[in-house]
Design a protein around this ligand. Structure first.
Ligand SMILES: Cc1cc2nc3c(=O)[nH]c(=O)nc-3n(C[C@H](O)[C@H](O)[C@H](O)COP(=O)(O)O)c2cc1C
Length: 192
């Protein structure tokens, strides 16, 4: 099984990446094969709805020659996608949103002259996120959005680990959160 991690935080040693580190350590122990993409380190243009990707259902095509193509290839060859992100304005930060939007049009061949397949059908998606409010307030909108996203892409939404940040003056990461992240990794790998 292969996992693609789409990481959305701009803070290298911030809350989301600390939680993700604990997740990855456990996933590595369990022998997971994964590829990781950090949206803030990449140049991915926002989708412009030109539908250039809709003409060829067999091969990747996009009018932008940017850093998105390897992400598409990785998702295409993965069984599981982990979206690891802080919540910004009830959703994910912009650079990750660009990637999520590009994944819609490049995989859902519904928007051209002829109606085609959903290329990511059956892949599973999980969320690992951190936010300032409790999960029910801070991550609820994003989780609902990602549920709809999966339904549209004919993927399976399978669950979220969300941890609360109590503020810049408080230490975020602790053993309990590390255990949650390790348990989440074990749960994902066991489901495959
Ligand atoms: C621009 C910005 C917008 C934010 N918007 C929200 C929000 O809508 N809801 C929420 O619960 N927390 C929000 N937060 C808090 C972050 O989600 C939280 O601090 C998170 O743990 C930061 O993760 P990081 O260290 O990986 O950047 C926001 C933070 C920033 C910087």
């Amino acid at each position: 099984m292969k996992l693609t991690i789409l990481a959305g935080s701009p803070r290298k040693n911030g809350n989301t990446n600390s939680l993700l580190k604990a997740f990855i350590e456990e996933a590595e122990k369990l022998g997971a094969e994964y590829e990781r993409f950090d949206a803030y380190d990449m140049n991915v243009h926002g989708c412009i709805a030109c539908r250039g990707c809709q003409k060829d259902w067999e091969h990747y095509s996009c009018v932008f020659d940017d850093d998105f193509h390897p992400v598409y290839d990785s998702v295409m060859s993965s069984d599981v996608i982990l979206v690891a992100t802080p919540i910004y304005g009830w959703f994910c930060p912009g650079p990750l949103k660009n990637i999520l939007d590009r994944l819609i049009y490049n995989s859902c061949m519904f928007y051209g002259e002829e109606k085609g397949p959903a290329l990511f059908k059956g892949k599973k998606l999980y969320i690992l996120c951190t936010c300032g409010y409790g999960p029910e307030k801070g991550a609820y909108v994003f989780e609902e959005g990602m549920k709809m996203y999966c339904k549209h892409l004919k993927m399976e939404y399978d669950g979220m680990l969300c941890e609360r940040d109590l503020g810049y003056d408080k230490v975020f990461m602790d053993n309990e959160k590390a255990q949650h992240a390790a348990g989440f990794a074990a749960k994902i790998l066991a489901a495959l």
